[in-house]
Design a protein around this ligand. Structure first.
Ligand code: EPU
Length: 324
């Protein structure tokens, strides 16, 4: 590996065999061959560029929220994205059905925690992301996954206006929302492998108090229905499509993966220290020292039980990374 340039640029901050569990919400995962924590946009872009010039596979680690890293770690240069900038880029006025409407463009570095961004936009009286309060993870990951909330329904991609990306060839480009082809749990960069440097959101001016009400109701619903303050990677499986629910005739035609795992009798089921949450069956919790292999075994157990009971094939929402 040609890592001299990286060593020259980052010195002691470039680490070898860095254990990754601590950087994930699951607290699971083996070491990265090489690791660097990028604090600014410049450092981030430089790290990607130098890593690629050195011929290394590059993996970007954001909030570490939706992933399961294998026990043997990642054979790559892992760049932790700790970029933090949020900037108001401009304002556009228009008139819609006789009412004045102001759209404000907010640019956030891809390493900004979603909760920080959501709070910022609410405090600025800007609507579009308020229902996402409580969403773990960072801007880049939320765009990559098109993270969502269902009450009221809102996808992070809905609010995206444009983004700055690094293409696999190393070009820095500005692309519009359409580029991402956002859909449920999907954006095109999952295929193109572009890296998001920053995203600009188009948000509409609204009453701050009303935005806080919506945000607080999201938080309250999460507290009531989802495990909190535990080591978890969020929802394990994607919800199924309405067509699949109709075909399989699930109870009340539910599309909820959590409901199906629960009613397959698996709430609280454990493999090693990995447990299906007794509160919401679509969450797997690391009770203390769970291994990635325990989580994988639990995922397969839940998938098989749901297939047997409901005839439904569940697809994973958690992304598996590295060697298991
Ligand atoms: N339910 C059960 N048992 C369970 C879990 C749920 O019976 O163990 C029932 C609930 O009582 C409810 C129904 O299933 O009647 C739906 O549950 P919930 O409202 O919790 O929504 P969900 O469909 O399970 C989705 C998203 C969540 C998101 C919530 C709220 C998916 C896979 N899940 O869950 O997303 O937080 O709605 O918007 O789309 C995530 O992406 O990591 C995630 C957790």
């Amino acid at each position: 590996m040609q890592t001299q340039e990286l060593k020259k640029a980052f010195g002691d901050r470039l680490k070898e065999h860095e254990p990754l569990g601590r950087y994930t919400t699951f607290k699971i995962g083996g070491p990265a061959d090489l690791f660097f924590d990028a604090k600014t946009r410049d450092e981030f872009v430089t790290a990607v560029s130098l890593g690629r010039s050195a011929g290394l596979p590059v993996f970007i680690l954001g909030g570490g929220t939706n992933i399961l890293i294998g026990d043997r770690g990642i054979r790559a240069f892992v760049i932790k994205n700790s970029t933090q900038g949020i900037t108001i880029r401009g304002v556009k006025g228009s008139v819609e059905q006789g009412n004045a409407k102001r759209t404000v463009f907010v640019e956030a570095d891809s390493g900004v925690p979603m909760n920080k961004l959501v709070r910022f936009t609410i405090e600025e009286g800007l609507s579009g992301l308020e229902m996402q309060l409580g969403l773990q993870g960072r801007g880049g990951g939320a765009v990559f996954m098109n993270s969502k909330w269902t009450r009221p329904e809102g996808y992070v991609g809905d609010a995206v206006f444009q983004a700055t990306i690094i293409t696999p060839e190393g070009a820095i480009q500005s692309v519009s929302k359409e580029y991402f082809h956002f859909a449920y749990d999907y954006s095109a960069i999952q295929k193109t492998r572009d890296i998001v440097v920053s995203a600009t959101f188009a948000l509409v001016q609204a009453q701050k108090e009303r935005l806080w009400e919506i945000a607080n109701s999201s938080i309250a619903y999460r507290r009531e229905t989802q495990p909190q303050g535990v080591f978890s990677a969020g929802c394990t499986f994607k919800n199924i499509s309405q067509a699949a629910a109709l075909t399989a005739a699930t109870p009340q035609f539910t599309t909820s993966a959590g409901f199906l795992v629960d009613h397959a009798g698996l709430k609280g089921y454990q493999v090693g220290d990995a447990q299906i949450s007794p509160l919401h069956a679509n969450f797997i919790i690391n009770l203390k020292n769970a291994k990635a292999s325990d989580v994988v075994e639990l995922i397969e157990k839940a998938r098989a039980a749901v297939k047997e009971k409901f005839g439904v094939d569940l697809e994973e929402e958690i992304v598996r990374i590295g060697e298991f």
